[in-house]
Design a protein around this ligand. Structure first.
Ligand code: ZN
Length: 185
């Protein structure tokens, strides 16, 4: 395991547009090591997604994996591990859905964010292959949260009602939202 340090809000790397990954770079040992380290960091931190800028690598790479049978996300769908490189997003259904979001780079907080409910993404996978995917519901929110990290955005930028930003303890005590409606990325 080679989990790396997760940088937090206030670090300038989180506010930069990350660099596109060169295709020839994907097969190199250094890049594959980055993917392993990202995965290990995501697991150690208990996230369901992580983006390279969160470990201070300003490249357009993010991993997403909704675990099956986790206590925390137990009633939500699980997903395979997605390695998303150089994504291009388009909205398929702009009607909004809201989830309580959290972020490894904004620890201790939850905020309610509304995002389009269905999106299409063109991307490159870990083998350097061109892929596309359409995701909806919770997974669409997870993808949008992660992709935002590649373009210098944090979920707190997307909160339209700032009264719906809460510390975790107060969220648990007062919000009454089901725990499966929140996520950490
Ligand atoms: Zn995040």
């Amino acid at each position: 395991m080679a989990a790396r340090k997760v940088i937090r809000m206030g670090h300038p790397t989180l506010r930069k547009v990350a660099a596109l990954v060169e295709i020839h770079e994907i097969g190199t040992p250094e890049f594959q090591e980055l993917l392993v380290d990202l995965y290990d960091t995501m697991k150690v931190e208990g996230g369901i997604g992580i983006a390279a800028p969160q470990i201070n690598i300003s490249k357009q790479v993010t991993l997403i994996e909704l675990p099956a049978n986790s206590e925390r996300y137990g009633t939500l769908e699980s997903s395979p591990l997605f390695t998303i490189i150089n994504p291009v997003l388009s909205v398929k259904d702009s009607s909004l859905q809201g989830f309580w979001e959290g972020c490894l780079s904004v620890p201790g907080l939850r905020g309610f964010v509304e995002r389009p409910r269905m999106i299409h993404i063109d991307y490159i996978n870990e083998l350097g292959e061109k892929k596309e995917i359409v995701v909806d519901d919770f997974l669409a929110t997870v993808f949008q949260h992660e992709l935002d990290h590649l373009f210098g955005k944090l979920y707190i930028d997307r909160i339209t009602d700032i009264s719906k930003l809460s510390y975790l303890e107060e969220f648990a005590e007062f919000n009454g939202a089901k725990k499966e409606d929140s996520l950490d990325e």
